[in-house]
Ligand binder design. Sequence first.
Ligand SMILES: Nc1ncnc2c1ncn2[C@@H]1O[C@H](COP(=O)(O)OP(=O)(O)OP(=O)(O)O)[C@@H](O)[C@H]1O
Ligand SMILES: [Mg+2]
Length: 354
Amino acid sequence: MDDATDRSDALGIDLAADRLTRTSADDIERAAEAALRPRSLDEFVGQHVVRDQLSLVLQAALGRGTPPDHVLLSGPPGLGKTTLAMIIAAELGTSLRVTSGPAIQHAGDLAAVLSSLDEGEVLFIDEIHRLARPAEELLYVAMEDFRVDVVVGKGAGASAIPLSLPRFTTVGATTRAGLLPAPLRDRFGFTAHLDFYSADELERVLLRSAGLLGTALDAEAASEIASRSRGTPRIANRLLRRVRDWAQVRGDGSLDLRAAQAALEVYEVDALGLDRLDRSVLEALCVRFGGGPVGLTTLAVTVGEEPETVETVAEPYLVREGLVGRTPRGRVATPAAWAHLGLVPPSAGGTLFA
Ligand SMILES: Nc1ncnc2c1ncn2[C@@H]1O[C@H](COP(=O)(O)OP(=O)(O)OP(=O)(O)O)[C@@H](O)[C@H]1O
Ligand SMILES: [Mg+2]
């Protein structure tokens, strides 16, 4: 476990010319994450409602001795969907077979996976919203009737041979539940929507992770890192690793408030968890455009990014934090944005949200 984590730490900074506050994870980071994954529902921090509901579904299935209904996990990146899929298999005492929407190019690929399943296994389909249409249709039948129709031959002579499957449980994960076609969504007996974590919950995630990394994180530092983690355990764990670096190289090894603040200053993650890109968007909006409204393209050109980067990378969090508003005439800065930058809006009640 330490090896994987250390390797990621050594390489992480170079490879991540990327942002420290991004929500996605690359392969190296996933290896580091694997060491920190909760292994049971009891270890899984927060998400009380989902945990409670899921625990009922699993216990009832265990009691009946049959595989539970198919489970759909939806929510933004880094909140614990893959972790929960693994926990579901572990709690059921069965194995997890992993695939993903983009990995399945043809319906035949999915048929091969399905026909190799054992009774009661959990089939995890990550990014299920990206399944190709024919595979999706095959999956409907498999999930509902535990059957696949294997097509043999071609053209007029082709025939479908029904192949029955053992009972299994599909766990689908998606960051875009809205993109799932209704027939697919309807085949999941239980849907869990994961939401952003509170600062309190992130503190618990951090204290747990620090313990697993063999370091002592003090309470003030945990709360400081938590408040800058954008409600996302993945980001919290990533910031923790950077704070640990700072403590080791420039501090005295203790993960205290001073180390947390100094490290996050080095990495330019501010008190709200905004990084340089976020702040340059806010500054452009407030200083260059007097608070807006300004069109996305203009805003993007001003900060030297693609409109898509601004829209998908920076904006969601700025909007969620109530710093930026979207109007039909463009983006506007809210009073909170001015306050966050330590600036005073041009005139109270001016053109904001006009
Ligand atoms: N409830 C939790 N308690 C403790 N750690 C968590 C929790 N949720 C997530 N984590 C940690 O956050 C990291 C990311 O979680 P995970 O990979 O499950 O996210 P995901 O929702 O699958 O993200 P993606 O959409 O990018 O696949 C993991 O290292 C995991 O240990
Ligand atoms: Mg995942």
